[in-house]
Design a protein around this ligand. Sequence first.
Ligand code: SAM
Ligand code: SF4
Length: 445
Amino acid sequence: MKKLFIKTYGCQMNVYDSDRMSDALAASGYEATTEINDADLVVLNTCHIREKAAEKVYSELGRLRILRQSQEAKGKKMMIGIAGCVAQAEGEEIMRRAPVVDLVFGPQSYHKLPELVGRAANEKVVETDFPAEDKFEHLPKARKETTIARGLTSFLTVQEGCDKFCSFCVVPYTRGAEVSRPVAQVVAEAQNLVDGGVKEITLLGQNVNAYHGLDEQGNSTGLAELIYRLADIKGLERLRYTTSHPRDMDDALIEAHRDLDMLMPYLHLPVQAGSDKILKAMNRQHTAKEYMELIERIRAARPDLALSGDFIVGFPGETEEDFEATLQLVKDVHYAAAYSFKYSTRPGTPGAEMDNQVPEEVKYERLQRLQELLNAQQKEFNQSCVGKTFPILFEKKGRDEGQIVGRSPYLQPVQVEADLSLIGTIQPVSIYDTGKFSLFGKIVT
Ligand code: SAM
Ligand code: SF4
């Protein structure tokens, strides 16, 4: 067996894609390794969402060049491939900047990997087309033993690409137009995961609630309907989905949160900013008031639902007053967790062309203030869990001897003193304390 080492950057969709690359290459005799020195093929599955993400890849390539030289000195060959959004965006440019790379391939070519790797043994290969065929039709099913080894929770990509064209975002260019997978294909993949022991599936998409795959009768199907189809799979205990756009939160999806217990009451619903002027400049297609009203409707349907979000500070033209509107929105919503970023110009996006860029030090200072508030809210949310009982899906051994750890409905890790035999089960757990990253609880008997 040859050895494959994949380093994954960026979002959950890349985590999912790395597993698909592994499955595709298993057919040509590659076995995954976590030890880079053993690898015959190293793949960097890259992210292009912010400047730093791409720069990290180039510095990793500098390190890989040295590793490859030392491997060659020992008579060992090591092939290097670049996948993901940097590959898609930069293509040939990567070969120019980093001649150590043998193979560059975009997210739509993963099913062709065995062939591409074969070619790359003799020549430099760049494959960043959007092929006509559906890659999902051609990707092999994960083997049962591989699924078991990957654990009890899994990602499942149901749609890719995005048609929203937020003016800061590179996704519509790197991942292409929005495409939804057919319902039957998603259900079959979910069934395969459950047959391999998976209990919790997170449906993924750059804009997952825009899902509109065709069902067996050729009818367009929304995310809520897809969720109901998946909920029928015996043995599947929990469903989640991410990332959603506020504009695509339809009534059916809100009702699914009300009616379907296995749909976890935790929703990632990015707003990015709290000022209408900035939301408009970002082309988010909604106002702050519309976002707040949407949240009220979701919370009315499912009162125990908690929210997470994404924020960008320092988008071109953002004044102190605009930024304060973001702080106010955060105070009004009360997030359980959130990701926040300094705006970074992405070549080719409308934001990069705007002439009212915000100075770096202003972005930095605003990010500090926003993160202070978001961290305080996360702490407050975790503390509000003390004294409550949640169903916890136990996934693995805990940090200390005699402990096992699982996830709450809100994705918090929960440490409990209990027997290892409970791993793989869901138990009611009463939370008695919070740590920096985890909650601590006792099984309710
Ligand atoms: N589709 C999701 C949505 O509509 O919110 C987001 C997808 S993007 C992969 C994840 C997050 O990265 C975004 O929500 C945004 O906060 C952040 N992001 C995207 N482009 C950015 C940029 N140019 N600068 C800073 N942050 C950015
Ligand atoms: Fe990017 Fe999300 Fe906007 Fe699509 S909806 S352009 S993925 S931020």
